[in-house]
Design a protein around this ligand. Structure first.
Ligand code: PEP
Length: 251
């Protein structure tokens, strides 16, 4: 049985006051309305993590949107997984396409970050996904497989079971265009087969693979019903408690 997970990525949005009120609303609505086994993660801006971690409870945890690949030292402006652990962070998004594009994060850096996040006992939410140009050229499947190979395939059998993968086609992020259920399922099945080729089927079957890219209340149900889709990484729709909780209730 794979864990069902819905993670909200607030990106660089909300004041502290707005963030605390959004987090409280989500915690209360999840407690009142969400039954069954689903894990909910609020990936807030790092400056709010400490405060938000104090008000989450039940099914809801906090996650960071990034972490650096060093434990400590002269890296002005960066935050390490070890530091995130001290403020109650349980999940860390790694390799979001915005980080890859604007901050030039590489597969090799993400491999090291994954190691450090796992060392802290946190769950990496490892993002992968292709551009529209890559999909149009027909190289999307190989491109996404390579992202996994280069950042994750050095992990042991035990370590890989602690990783969550998020497939986020870049052309669907923040654009309002969602991958169709078939397009998403095709990629998720391919990623699971790729994991199976390295780690065996039963390990591959235990790894949660989330979909991200304009996922919202009116399309989440169809996506989450796909065999290899185990939840979502949600950007825009995580900024309103009602929308986010409706996505969570789409299982
Ligand atoms: C994201 O940034 O991870 C994301 C999926 O954004 P959106 O839902 O807004 O497309």
């Amino acid at each position: 049985m794979r864990a069902k997970i819905v993670a909200g990525n607030w990106k660089m949005n909300k004041t502290l006051e707005e963030g605390l009120s959004l987090a409280s609303e989500v915690v209360n609505m999840v407690a009142d309305e969400v039954s069954g086994d689903v894990k909910v993660v609020l990936c807030t801006p790092s400056i709010y993590l400490h405060a938000v971690s104090k008000l989450v409870s039940g099914k809801v945890s906090v996650g960071a949107q990034n972490a650096y690949e060093k434990e400590s030292g002269a890296y002005t402006g960066e935050v390490s997984p070890a530091m995130l652990a001290t403020v109650g962070v349980k999940y860390v998004i790694l390799g979001h396409s915005e980080r890859r594009e604007y901050f030039h994060e590489t597969n090799a850096q993400l491999a090291t970050r994954t190691d450090l996040v796992l060392k802290q006992g946190q769950t990496p939410i490892f993002c992968c996904g292709e551009t529209l140009a890559q999909r149009e050229k027909g190289i999307h499947l190989d491109f996404v497989k390579q992202q996994l190979t280069e950042s994750l395939f050095h992990l042991s059998n035990e370590q890989i079971t602690k990783v969550v993968i998020a497939y986020e086609p870049i052309w669907a992020i923040g654009t309002g265009v969602t991958a169709s259920n078939d397009q998403a399922q095709e990629m998720h099945a391919l990623l699971r087969a790729h994991l199976a080729s390295k780690y065996g089927q039963s390990i591959a079957d235990s790894i949660s693979i989330l979909y991200g890219g304009s996922c919202k209340p009116d399309n989440a149900q169809g996506l989450f019903a796909c065999k290899d889709i185990d939840g979502g990484l949600i950007g825009g729709a995580s900024l309103k408690a009602r929308d986010f909780v409706d996505v969570i209730k789409s299982f």
